[in-house]
Design a protein around this ligand. Structure first.
Ligand SMILES: O=C(O)CCC(=O)C(=O)O
Ligand SMILES: [Fe+2]
Length: 279
């Protein structure tokens, strides 16, 4: 079906055409990333694009793999030697479902964004990353994160240097993206992290993303979460993954946990190099 130019708003965002319009977008995104590690390209998708990606996500939602965990913001184990109120000892339920990448066919709406000529280069230039490759993992290169009321994506720091997400559908309410920019730049800043967890920090910014918005986020130093979701409608967010070395795929154990299955490539490449996680 759809041509990428019907899905991406290329009139507003001519990411494929070198020139002053593209340069201006890059300059603004880079400035926002430098300022607080987060940049949003509002209305990156057309209305038609939003409808097409929503329909595609609906059509494969049953393939989503649900996972549940109890996690702190650092994805570490509990350490009983630390004081009880240490942020490393504060655990929250995390639950969501990832729709694995092989449910999104080449030529179908989601991959026509990811595969659009110039999309990768545009993202790389926004981020100014030198080592920048598509994730080679057929279950994880582009996925949809699906969540509904009762699910939660609690406060955490990412292990990846950056995340590229595309809002597809919001829950009926809730689901704002909340983040404390640069809260652990320099040092762990556990006191301020505790205040964020307590809901008393003044450093938290709230971002209401709308369907079709593209977000670039550096989450390694900025504590962030998705606020609790309300209502029947599911929240869908696509996640595009890029890594620092070519040919990388997820470790078998982690792949099993996130996607509920593995492919031969995960076992063939296991141990050859480090793996990359999307969170
Ligand atoms: O679903 C989102 O908006 C972002 C989730 C997130 O923080 C992550 O995937 O690390
Ligand atoms: Fe994250």
């Amino acid at each position: 079906m759809p041509d990428a130019d019907k899905i991406i708003d290329l009139k507003a965002y001519p990411i494929h055409t070198p020139g002053p319009a593209r340069d201006a977008i890059l300059a603004r995104v880079r400035a926002d990333l430098a300022d607080d590690g987060c940049a949003v390209i509002k209305g990156f998708l057309t209305q038609e694009g939003v409808a097409a990606l929503t329909a595609e996500a609906d059509s494969v939602a049953a393939q989503g793999h649900r996972s549940f965990s109890r996690t702190n913001a650092y994805f570490t184990q509990d350490d009983p030697d630390l004081p009880a109120n240490d942020p490393r000892r504060r655990f929250y339920d995390r639950s969501n479902a990832f729709i694995p990448a092989d449910n999104f066919a080449p030529g179908a709406p989601l991959r026509s964004v990811y595969d659009f000529p110039g999309f990768d280069d545009f993202i790389r230039e926004c981020l100014q990353e030198t080592a920048f490759f598509r994730y080679a993992d057929p279950l994880a290169d582009v996925i949809v994160n699906m969540a509904e009321e009762g699910n939660g994506f609690p406060w955490h720091f990412d292990t990846n240097n950056f995340t590229v997400t595309l809002a597809i559908q919001n829950a009926e309410s809730g689901g704002a993206f909340e983040y404390a920019p640069g809260i652990r730049e320099g040092d762990e800043n556990f006191d301020e992290v505790s205040r964020v967890l307590d809901g008393t920090s003044e450093r938290v910014k709230v971002l209401e993303l709308e369907p079709g918005d593209l977000q670039l986020f550096r989450g390694r130093y900025s504590l962030h979460r998705v606020a609790p979701l309300r209502g029947k409608r599911r929240r869908y967010v696509a996640i595009f993954s890029y890594v620092q070395e070519p040919g990388m795929v997820g470790a078998p154990e982690r792949t099993m946990q996130l996607y509920g299955r593995t492919l031969p490539i995960h076992h063939q490449r296991a141990g050859q190099r480090g793996d990359a996680y999307i969170d």
